[in-house]
Design a protein around this ligand. Structure first.
Ligand code: AMP
Ligand code: ZN
Length: 696
């Protein structure tokens, strides 16, 4: 009789799974895969088995009438309490947590019994799945830990959660885990919500929670939800496995997904290494994580250590610094950049996020301010993921009290007062058209001219530039190379008063001002490519200047090149070609050139000195990404060196990347290259690579 029952049960499980799969296709995907007749036949066989063995009815699809079940959100009592976790935020806190834990069970005993189970703390929402005789009978949210909400109908739409366990399942098993949304799925979902003109989700966690709490299972089914198991509640029989990690192995054989990042280690040192490793690599994971969970692996020891009223004493969560915080939006201001683009930016109450203090964040353009829906005075969600620039996600609507006000974009340039105009290339941007004399633009261009990317003039930083422009020593970059000591005497930034020599005090140049003049003088003989970069021609930056300079190695050659000649040059697209030709059409631009020439700048170097030409094109046709430090080079310098050898230096790794050069501090780009099978070479080989074009 028992053998007969087991056979019937196995057969029943298969039929139930087939019925659910077909209902899913029919009710959720509108894409039936079998005929009504075939479906009826499945149901008939299922019910026939249940007539013979009524105990098979529990959790059977025969018990569900009328389509796919929607969630009931009714209270359900968890067979066993669902706990929260103790939090720690530093190594010291973690170590003292363990010290306390080891008073309950000595460290040696834990190690002997299998050690510590380290897991990523998935940023999703906790789920309690109850399987009886291999069938999912309930899926519930955590709620207060004692009772949660019944969302079975929605849980069943998640394709990776089995409705029927595979193989020989325990009589009853309560699987705890996390429902979450993978980062890639979240981004795709938000993109399609944007396309449909709907409100996007602030983060994957909210997207997962919002999707699971839909009243209609069909809507949930359309959302890309995932699930990983990370624990157990009630188990019948109790002794199914000794260690939690073995429990995960069992779950995998039953078809329940478990994270492949979990790791069992034997020492606290290794626990700490796991924490540090994932801190650096937290954005390489398919889902968001907010920390690491460390558990005693042995279940008997877990039992012995027990739990407080809210959290187990055998597990602890190490939390990484948050990447999302809330703060007050004090004001929205606008700034004018090097190219005249006027960008709004948020001024916030300073707040620490992902390890650094943030008080400003760009809002890009008026359209984005509108789309984010933020008002001045709002509490806003601020996000800074890894080394990504801080970004305002949106307002916390619940915190509004009516005192907030809308941001009004100014119609005049905050720096020079010129009426703003839409950008001719990107209508969403506004620009100050007064490029020649707008102090903000001139200052930014001068700082750029003196930066390492361009002419690398030490002493001509932001402060010196501000003094030069504000004290009207220079009008724009045309005046830089003819500066004299007398000119600088006008600005208090460059002088001191010598009281020793004269009664009234003589204004004399500071040493630093003399050095600055010497540095400017020295810059006059720099390679043409650096002057070219220093001109701030739109679309022409340090990355592509070497290609332009290689083909047109002097200002005479470049200024007489036609748009057609330019666009036929390797590395120069039609947009850049047009921008270069347009640039030379402006009188005041040509005036800069003649002033620089008059001051003795090497804009028309003799052929032998023309940089770029002489270098063999060892890397022609290759696309190369540099990540981390290259000894002896700045990042821009390394890119320029590659470009001078004919390579295309880019910032992101894809299948099309030919090679990744990595050095100290290399980040996720290296991991990505490895995962894509893109060859990698250490930066110690950089010189050899430039010389020979070889990396093996
Ligand atoms: P907290 O909400 O901060 O108290 O953290 C406890 C929650 O972390 C649990 O309810 C789980 O839903 C969640 N969690 C995410 N990943 C894991 C994991 N690997 N192990 C245990 N809990 C996890
Ligand atoms: Zn302006």
């Amino acid at each position: 009789m028992l053998v007969e029952f087991l056979e019937a049960q196995a057969q029943h499980s298969k039929l139930a799974e087939a019925v659910i799969d077909n209902r899913r296709a029919y009710y959720l995907d509108d894409n039936p895969t079998i005929s009504d007749g075939e479906y009826d036949e499945l149901m008939r066989r299922l019910e026939a088995l249940e007539d013979e063995f009524p105990q098979l009815k529990e959790g059977s699809p025969s018990q569900v009438v009328g389509g796919w079940p929607d969630p009931t959100f009714k209270e359900v009592r968890h067979p066993e309490q669902m706990y929260s976790l103790d939090d720690v935020f530093s190594k010291e806190e973690l170590m003292s947590w363990f010290e306390k834990a080891f008073r309950l069970v000595p460290e040696a005993e834990i190690v002997k019994a299998g050690g510590f189970l380290c897991e990523l703390k998935i940023d999703g929402l906790a789920m309690d799945l109850l399987y009886r005789n291999g069938k999912l009978v309930s899926g519930a949210t955590r709620g207060d830990g004692i009772t949660g909400e019944d969302v079975t109908g929605n849980v069943l739409t998640i394709k990776t959660i089995p409705a029927v366990l595979h193989g020989q399942a325990p009589e009853s098993v309560e699987v705890r885990g996390e429902v979450f949304m993978m980062v890639a799925d979240f981004e795709a979902l938000n993109e399609s919500l944007t396309d449909e003109g709907k409100q996007v989700f602030a983060n994957p966690r909210n997207a997962a929670a919002g999707s699971l709490r839909q009243k209609e299972a069909k809507v949930t089914a359309s959302r890309p939800l995932s699930f990983y198991a990370h624990g157990f509640g009630q188990l019948i029989p109790e002794t199914a496995f000794e260690r939690q990690s073995q429990g995960y192995d069992l779950l995998r054989t039953l078809g329940v997904p478990v994270s492949h990042h979990n790791k069992v280690v034997g020492t606290l040192k290794e626990v700490w290494e796991f924490i540090e490793y994932w801190h650096v690599h937290r954005h390489d994971v398919e889902h968001e994580i907010d920390g690491i969970v460390i558990k005693v692996d042995d279940r008997a020891l877990q039992e012995r250590m027990g739990a407080t009223s809210r959290a187990p004493r055998w597990a602890v969560a190490y939390k990484y610094p948050p990447e999302e915080v809330t703060t007050k939006l004090i004001d929205i201001q606008v700034g004018v950049g090097r190219t005249g683009r006027v960008t709004p930016f948020a001024v916030m109450e300073p707040v620490k996020v992902a390890g650094s203090v943030v008080e400003r964040a760009t809002l890009h353009n008026p359209d984005i301010v509108k789309r984010k829906g933020v008002l001045i005075g709002d509490t806003v969600i601020l996000r800074k993921a890894g080394d990504v620039i801080p970004e305002i996600v949106g307002p916390v609507l619940a915190d509004r009290d009516g005192s907030e006000r809308e941001f009004v974009f100014p119609d005049r340039c905050p720096s020079c007062g010129a009426p703003l105009a839409p950008d001719n290339e990107n209508a969403k941007d506004l620009r100050c058209p007064n490029a020649a004399g707008c102090p903000a633009q001139v200052k930014d261009r001068l700082v750029y001219l003196a930066s390492r990317s361009a002419l690398d003039i030490e002493g001509l930083g932001e402060k010196a530039v501000n003094a030069l422009v504000d004290d009207k020593v220079v009008y724009n970059e045309g005046d830089i190379f003819s500066l004299t000591g007398d000119d600088l005497l006008v600005s208090s930034y460059f002088i001191k008063t010598d009281t020793k020599t004269k009664a009234g005090g003589e204004r004399i140049l500071l040493e630093s001002a003399k050095t600055l003049l010497a540095n400017i003088e020295a810059a006059k003989t720099k390679p043409f490519v650096r002057f070219l970069t220093a001109l701030s021609i739109r679309h022409l930056a340090k990355g592509n200047a070497p290609a332009v300079a290689a083909a047109f190695p002097s200002i005479d050659a470049l200024s007489s090149a036609s748009e057609e000649q330019l666009s036929q040059t390797d590395g120069v697209g039609p947009i850049m070609a047009a921008a270069i030709v347009d640039w030379f059409k402006e009188d005041w631009h040509r005036e800069i050139i003649s002033k620089w020439l008059a001051a003795g700048c090497a804009l028309n170097p003799a052929p032998a000195e023309q940089a770029g030409e002489a270098l063999p094109q060892t890397l022609a046709g290759l696309t190369i990404v540099v990540t981390g430090a290259v000894p002896g080079y700045t990042r821009d310098g390394a890119d320029a060196a590659l470009a001078a050898r004919g390579a295309k230096a880019t910032g992101s790794v894809s299948k099309k990347t030919s090679l990744v050069v990595y050095g100290e501090g290399a980040g996720s780009k290296l991991a990505k290259a490895e995962s894509l099978g893109v060859p990698t070479v250490p930066s110690s080989q950089f010189e050899k690579l430039l010389e020979t074009g070889q990396w093996q």
